[in-house]
Design a protein around this ligand. Structure first.
Ligand code: V47
Length: 395
């Protein structure tokens, strides 16, 4: 019997790939086998974007068919005051900066009430690492949000591993206790930021003062062991080399193997453990101390997404963050391994501070149109990828 996937295979293209620089990975990729570091280097080295797209798309369709996820969500950045001075960041401010801001808990609650009224399904909360905040503030922000956003209806995805590391340092508590306090306050999901590039020689030059790569991974490993799912990111297109990106992805894959503990990936099930999605973050140079760099091209963006889909065989979702790559590139990426367009996002500050010219939000109708136009089937999801509404095509 011919499967849908067989019907979509392009044997002429496969013959051409067999004669090109993707030949050494072709059979493994077609068979859905795990790719190793050498294979990954071949993926990074090739300029054959069509070949990468083909292989990543096969992997994507094996996992998700045409199903393409989106969520009605909102970002909340409670403060831009930060004790770190990462060279890639245009968002952080010192306490005394004229445009520094910090919300109090009443403002956080107002935002939460507004979001509840708008019917969002997920709220994404990250900010600066405020030098004056105590441990309780982080927990209280989650509790304040939860007062207005009922558990089971609205997912709270909050704080990055960098913030969690800071909470542990502030309180002297072990990571398990910090994460348990956050979950008891209402946290559903740990955010994926702060990962940047794990390699120490890169981190030293772009974000020397914050949690290192090993600690970032430890925070997520600890979250997974407690049953708290999380996301993972990688900031690409600054000073890193291809090897750094590959080692970053392989480190994430190893942590995900531990989380799954031998269980097969079930892409249709709501995510209950481990990393639920991986999001490559496109570096935006404007207004940063790396503003002399050109920033990634569309070619880089699509390659980063396709390579992630091929290497992260145990992470269910690859997310195109349209805020950073733009809605048109995000739509295109649905043929490069991506199955998740993130969300509507009502207001975003971090990338816009660094010169992003994308809209600050997309309507649900526009996201659905982008997905349908690409020949895919929209699935509105909640924070854990449980379907909220499923198009006929996706069903
Ligand atoms: O950690 C900061 C990045 C991250 C710049 O978990 C920049 O679902 C590009 O983590 N150019 C915060 N990137 C955003 C983030 C995120 C976004 C969307 C979804 C999720 C998720 C997480 O933004 C930071 C840093 O890596 N960042 N400055 C910049 N100039």
């Amino acid at each position: 019997m011919t499967t849908l996937l067989d019907a979509r295979r392009d044997l002429a293209l496969e013959a051409r790939l067999r004669a090109g620089d993707l030949a050494p990975v072709l059979d493994k990729a077609l068979a859905g086998e795990r790719l190793d570091r050498r294979d990954a280097l071949a993926l990074e080295a090739t300029r054959d974007l069509r070949g990468l797209a083909y292989l990543a798309n096969l992997r994507r369709e094996r996992l998700h068919g045409d199903r393409t996820y989106y969520v009605r969500d909102h970002h909340l950045n409670p403060t831009n005051v930060c004790r770190h001075a990462c060279t890639f960041c245009a968002f952080a401010r010192t306490r005394r900066a004229a445009d520094a801001y910090t919300m109090d808990l009443a403002q956080v609650e107002d935002e939460a009430a507004r979001m509840a009224a708008l019917g969002v399904r997920e709220i994404h909360v990250v900010g600066g690492v405020h030098p004056d905040w105590g441990y309780d503030v982080y927990v209280d922000v989650v509790r304040a949000l939860r007062r207005h956003l009922p558990r089971g209806e609205v997912g709270i995805k909050a704080w990055t591993a960098v913030e969690v590391d800071h909470m542990a340092a502030l309180s002297g508590l072990p990571l398990e206790r910090v994460l348990t306090d956050l979950v008891e306050a209402g946290l559903d999901h740990l955010a994926g930021g702060g990962a940047e590039i794990f390699a120490p020689e890169v981190r030293r030059r772009i974000c020397a003062s914050k949690a290192d790569g090993a600690r970032w991974l430890e925070v997520h490993r600890t979250a997974h062991a407690l049953g708290l799912p999380s996301n993972a990111t990688m900031l690409y297109g600054h000073i890193e080399a291809p090897e750094h990106r590959i080692d970053h992805l392989l480190a994430l894959r190893a942590v995900q193997d531990e989380a799954l503990a031998g269980d097969a990936l079930d892409p249709l099930a709501p995510v209950e453990k481990g990393f639920s999605s991986f999001i490559p973050l496109k570096f935006h140079p404007a207004n940063t101390r790396l503003s002399h760099l050109p920033g990634p091209s569309l070619h880089d963006d699509l390659r980063a997404l396709a390579i992630a889909r091929l290497l992260l065989d145990n992470v269910p979702h690859i997310k195109a963050y349209w805020i950073m790559i733009g809605p048109d590139a995000a739509q295109l990426s649905l043929s490069f391994g991506v199955d998740d367009l993130n969300g509507t996002v009502l207001r975003e500050r971090i990338t816009h501070a660094a010169g992003a010219t994308t809209d600050e939000g997309l309507s649900k109708e526009r996201i659905v149109r982008l997905i349908r136009e690409a020949g895919r089937a929209p699935v509105e999801r909640d924070g854990r990828y449980a379907p909220v509404s499923v198009s006929e095509a996706a069903a």
